[in-house]
Design a protein around this ligand. Structure first.
Ligand SMILES: Cc1cc2nc3c(=O)[nH]c(=O)nc-3n(C[C@H](O)[C@H](O)[C@H](O)COP(=O)(O)O)c2cc1C
Ligand SMILES: C=C(O[C@@H]1CC(C(=O)O)=C[C@@H](OP(=O)(O)O)[C@H]1O)C(=O)O
Length: 351
């Protein structure tokens, strides 16, 4: 049975949560690890993320007994304690450009909860991180580890993963950081770009690079259960994600085969490749090299500049100035979110 997860709730409802089905039984629930992961995603009140600070403590309702997963549906809820729904009263009919207000209104026939983005909110990534932490605990038992860093914010770029940083200890060091970059000097410049965007009443996008190490070769399929597709499907469930590439990705377009073919050799009885331009996947199946992908996250939709929009109450052109609490950049909190979606995908592929 394949692992599946569903996040539920609305940003300004009583709680958000997740149900995970077909988890392996017997995963030890390491509460301090889970709370470390939840804290990595929480807003920190540092000007780099939303001023809406939440406790983000998951309450497990089912699927855990005597400290281990039972294998029956795991359900956890996380209370919404710091909503300020009044921020949305004045603009409730004014669809925010680039947010899901318009599509949610059409899809759910005007019944969608518009407050704080409702079910479309980045808030729904809190339960995703809980589920991802449990998936990581299951993967850890198999010697599989997931790590991510901010590769780019605006025009500022971190160094990509190298053989040295594709290691459990390097992933752990990244996870300890408030701002997950390999090069902290670049990180400081990225932070300045985010602060500048906020001061300029705008927002800024970027790229997360994520890797899975310890993945055995031979997992996946060429067709509907292809590993790239399984990962991409879950990565696109994260709000604000607009693209994903594996390995060299779009860089293949301008390359010649002799430059980018991953040459093979035997090492300690295993087939390895000298380079990893294919990002650890061939024919939809893992080849035993690290799985490496980059995912682009757009600039936060809600910005404080005046923007043109449509009033959904009378379907007339209108203008909008958003006054609320928003992330000037989603990247500072996104590494653990992307890792979580990747961990759940890999565990699904192994199930
Ligand atoms: C962790 C996280 C935080 C987010 N914070 C905000 C925010 O403060 N304001 C906002 O407008 N969008 C925010 N978003 C993005 C929106 O939720 C997203 O753009 C919207 O649901 C539309 O979906 P789409 O961009 O995937 O098309 C956030 C997303 C994530 C993952
Ligand atoms: C609450 C979180 O992020 C929220 C994501 C979000 C959005 O539109 O996605 C909009 C904001 O919500 P609100 O307007 O209620 O402050 C963010 O604060 C969170 O990530 O925990």
């Amino acid at each position: 049975m394949k692992l599946e997860y569903t996040v539920f709730g609305e940003s300004h409802g009583p709680a958000v949560g997740v149900v995970v089905e077909n988890l392996p039984s017997g995963i030890p629930i390491d509460e301090s690890f889970i709370s470390r992961e939840m804290n990595r995603r929480r807003a920190k009140g540092d000007g780099l993320s939303t001023p809406r600070i939440e406790a983000d403590v998951p309450q497990i309702l089912s699927g855990v007994f005597e400290g281990k997963t039972t294998g029956t549906p795991l359900c956890a809820v996380i209370q919404n304690g710091n909503t300020r729904s009044g921020d949305y009263d004045r603009t409730k009919n004014l669809a925010r450009p680039s947010h899901a207000d318009f599509t949610g209104f059409v899809r759910y026939k005007g019944c969608n909860d518009y407050r704080g983005g409702g079910h479309f909110s980045g808030r729904l990534t809190a339960p995703l991180v809980f589920a991802g932490a449990v998936a990581k605990l299951a993967l850890r038992e198999k010697g599989i580890f997931v790590g991510a860093h901010i590769l780019q914010v605006g025009t500022e770029k971190d160094q990509p993963f190298t053989a040295d940083s594709l290691a459990e200890s390097a992933f752990e060091a990244l996870a300890q950081k408030d701002f997950t970059v390999l090069d902290d000097n670049v990180g400081e410049r990225m932070k300045a770009i985010i602060q500048e965007a906020r001061m300029n009443l705008t927002s800024v996008g970027g790229i997360i690079q994520c890797a899975v190490i310890g993945m055995p070769c031979g997992v996946g399929s060429p067709d509907k259960d292809n590993l790239e597709g399984m990962i991409a499907r879950n990565i696109f469930r994260v709000p604000a994600v607009k693209g994903i590439e594996f390995g060299l990705g779009f860089g293949f377009a301008s390359a010649y085969g002799h430059e980018v073919n991953d040459e093979m050799r035997m090492e300690n009885g295993e087939v390895v490749t000298a380079t990893n331009h294919n990002g650890g996947i061939l024919g939809g199946i893992s080849n035993g090299m690290p799985i490496v992908f980059q995912t682009v996250i757009k600039p936060t939709a809600s910005i404080s500049r005046e923007q043109k929009t449509v009033n959904l109450a009378d379907m007339q052109d209108d203008t909008l100035v958003i006054k609320g609490r928003h992330d000037p950049c989603i990247l500072s909190r996104a590494s653990v979110v992307i890792e979580s979606a990747a961990a759940l995908s890999v565990l699904e592929a192994l199930s």
